[in-house]
Design a protein around this ligand. Structure first.
Ligand code: CA
Ligand code: CA
Length: 185
């Protein structure tokens, strides 16, 4: 096959278009934020009640993460599982080195820096059992509840949604519990 000028021109245009699409589809994020497709994600390093997490995301000009689809869930799950394993490794190492909780610098902080559940931006406080997106005030487009959840357990019920990392699914929890949170923008 002869390589013609038209072929070369096609390759140049194709490379430009594909390069542009790629650049447009990856977000440029601030330091400390993780880029995934067109969004930036912030993983909190401390725990907070749902209300505190909402205030924190407001100050960052971001939204609480709501799962958009299975792909996003997979990405978030893999990051959280990796961080949880790293956290458990560091905790075990501190214990095996003979540190007592609160006595070693950083360990007290470490203990409160990663929970097994993270807050999602969804709540059923308006209507029991009907979880709506906090940012869009509409029903969730995507959800992946753990089997048997949401169960609204406890005397005060559970009205705030979480993602339970080791159970790999969503749960409803008491809004005044303290968990990590993930913000997006
Ligand atoms: Ca509820
Ligand atoms: Ca529950």
């Amino acid at each position: 096959m002869h390589f013609k000028f038209e072929h070369l021109l096609f390759l140049i245009v194709y490379s430009f278009v594909v390069g542009k699409i790629h650049a447009d589809s990856v977000a440029t994020c601030e330091k400390g934020w993780v880029s995934y497709q067109r969004r930036c994600y912030y993983f909190s390093t401390s725990t907070a009640t749902f209300k505190q997490a909402m205030s924190a995301r407001y100050l960052m000009g971001a939204e609480m993460m709501e799962l958009q689809n299975a792909m996003e869930e997979k990405m978030i799950k893999s990051i959280l599982l990796r961080e949880l394993a790293r956290f458990q490794f560091l905790s075990n190492r501190s214990i095996s080195l003979g540190y007592i909780s609160g006595n070693s610098p950083g360990l007290g902080e470490l203990e409160s820096c990663l929970s097994d559940q993270i807050w999602l931006g969804a709540s059923d406080s308006q209507q029991e059992g009907k979880f709506i997106s906090v940012s869009k005030a509409e029903e969730l487009h995507y959800s992946h509840w753990i089997k048997g959840q949401p169960d609204n357990t406890g005397t005060e019920g559970e009205n705030c949604a979480t993602y339970a990392v080791s159970h790999k699914g969503m749960n409803d929890a008491q809004c005044f519990d303290k968990y990590n949170y993930v913000c997006t923008k």
